[in-house]
Design a protein around this ligand. Structure first.
Ligand code: ADP
Length: 158
């Protein structure tokens, strides 16, 4: 049984995240999509709201669990028997950050390896921050996110 963890901010979850998750399920038997706190990012949605969206968006995917980890992701992997971390790469700009992250993770836990999936070409522009900006500007973001995210934006603006 091969277990992996897909960590991220998921603020909110997008079809880009969903695509990476689905492809990772072709390689791993179980994938935990893990809400990890990124101290460098200010969030639009609360932890609870993000978890709700992640759970609803992945509820029909076999082998997926959703969880939250306030601490180190590699510690979470050790505790839950996961051997790999999954990340996505969109453009060269992602590479530097992901390369450093992978080196830091390797230093902290050499037994946990990272696996990178290249974004589908049409999803390369999709990021949570772009979605937030488009939504703020009044653009219909529904083709870019799971339906629950559209619902949550409506609640947010009330
Ligand atoms: P973080 O704050 O940890 O970068 P994100 O939720 O922004 O969290 O991203 C989680 C992972 O998903 C990252 O590896 C990111 O590169 C990847 N990712 C985000 N959007 C896409 C996309 N459209 N296509 C492929 N990978 C993506």
């Amino acid at each position: 049984m091969k277990k992996a963890v897909y960590p991220g901010s998921f603020d909110p979850i997008t079809i880009g995240h969903m695509e990476i998750l689905q492809r990772s399920l072709e390689v791993f038997d179980e994938v935990t999509i893990l809400l990890a706190v990124n101290p460098n990012k200010r969030s639009t949605f609360s932890v609870e709201e993000r978890l709700e969206m992640m759970k609803e968006a992945t509820k029909d995917l076999k082998g997926v669990t959703v969880d939250f980890c306030p601490g180190l992701t590699v510690d979470y992997c050790h505790k839950h028997g996961a051997t790999h971390l999954i990340r996505g790469l969109r453009a060269v700009t992602d590479f530097e950050y992901e390369f450093q992250l992978s080196a830091a993770n390797h230093f902290a836990a050499p037994d946990i390896d990272m696996v990178f999936f290249m974004a589908k070409q049409e999803n390369t522009f999709i990021s949570s921050s772009t979605i937030n900006e488009l939504h703020r500007a009044g653009v219909d973001i529904s083709p870019l996110v799971p339906p629950i995210v559209v619902e949550m934006y409506k609640k947010l603006s009330k």
